[in-house]
Design a protein around this ligand. Structure first.
Ligand code: AN0
Ligand code: CP
Length: 317
């Protein structure tokens, strides 16, 4: 694997999931693989799980890790080519990415969308500039439109729980939020579920929250949450802002919050969320604190997803 930006980079969803679950059983089996290799982790935005789990994963492989909060501690970066840099930006990504590429064997980056300019976000301008100039394999720690480490985690979280011969019904439901959030997590989850033929995948959201068809694919979209959730085995909860009315909150209907009542007609569904989650806005306390929630072991699985990805890049397979 040469990079990890989307599902298109992996050898196959079942294969990478198996690699991740093997590491869960035996975290230190490849302790020598990352010897004398350094992972750079560059953050333009906040993170708890991604930053910590990826560091643990890298260490399990014997790598050194350097974390850089470039938004707070670095120079203000210029991302556009050919500009006269007489404004607020101090350093061009051409130099910044190239220099970081000199220091690290793998470069990983978190760069959220601005949610103002759809074209800029959906062409992954920032991520592509880093890939172009780093000269080293790049791993996404969540980009403007995708969060593949989260989605691989979600795949293994479903896979390790599902033992029946039939496919599980996985429903991704939109839920309310007070802030406009990226579409990266739902885009990515849809992309991975569509690429994984071991699940039946359904999406439910209010009208106007359609995701980019490039990621939503052929997954059925049902606007009635109750109907969509019928018989669900896994409920994947996430808020996102509108793609159509780009970056806007166009629905504040609290009835979309996931409560015990919401889950009544499911098949005793397990509830997933990437976290961080706003309690009693997105998901009610009774669900997060009850037996349906698997959000903590889900977050725990971030380590094994990251370890699988780093190992594939180190092995250059
Ligand atoms: C981010 C998002 O929705 O993309 C990160 C999730 C992993 N969430 C928030 O900003 C709350
Ligand atoms: N789920 C997730 O990526 O969490 P962080 O934003 O805390 O890394």
């Amino acid at each position: 694997m040469k990079q990890f930006i989307s599902v298109d980079d992996v050898p196959g969803v079942p294969q990478i999931a198996a690699t991740a679950l093997d590491y869960k059983k035996n975290p230190f089996k490849d302790k020598g693989l990352g010897e004398n290799k350094t992972l750079g982790m560059i953050f333009l935005n906040p993170s708890l799980r991604t930053r910590l789990s990826t560091q643990v994963a890298a260490r399990n492989l014997g790598m050194e890790v350097v974390v850089f909060n470039i938004d707070k501690e670095g120079w203000a970066l210029e991302m556009n080519d050919g500009v006269v840099m007489n404004g607020n930006t101090t350093e061009h990504v051409k130099e910044a990415a190239a220099v970081m590429g000199q220091y690290f064997d793998i470069l990983s980056i978190r760069t959220f969308p601005g949610l103002k300019n759809k074209e800029e976000d959906y062409t992954e301008k920032y991520m592509n500039q880093f890939i172009k100039y780093a000269g080293k394999p790049v791993v996404s720690l969540e980009s403007a439109t995708l969060h593949p480490l989260q989605s691989l985690t979600d795949v293994i979280t479903i896979r390790e729980r599902w033992t029946q011969p039939r496919k599980p019904k996985v429903v991704m439901t939109w839920a309310p939020h007070v802030k406009a959030l990226p579409q990266a997590v739902p885009n990515s989850f849809a992309q991975w579920m569509n690429a994984w033929d071991e699940v039946d995948f359904v999406i439910t959201h209010p009208e106007g929250y359609e995701l980019d068809p490039k990621f939503a694919g052929k997954a059925p979209v049902i606007h009635n949450q109750h109907e969509a959730l019928e018989g669900a085995d896994f409920v994947y909860v996430k808020n996102w802002s509108s793609y159509k009315d780009y970056g806007k909150i166009t629905c504040t209907d609290e009835s979309w919050m996931v409560t015990n009542e919401t889950l009544k007609n499911t098949n005793d569904a397990k509830v997933m969320h990437c976290l961080p989650v706003r309690r009693n806005v997105v998901i009610a306390d009774e669900v997060l604190d009850g037996p349906s929630s698997i959000v903590i072991p889900e977050a725990g699985n971030r380590v094994w997803a990251a370890q699988a990805v780093l190992s594939e890049i180190l092995k250059n397979r």
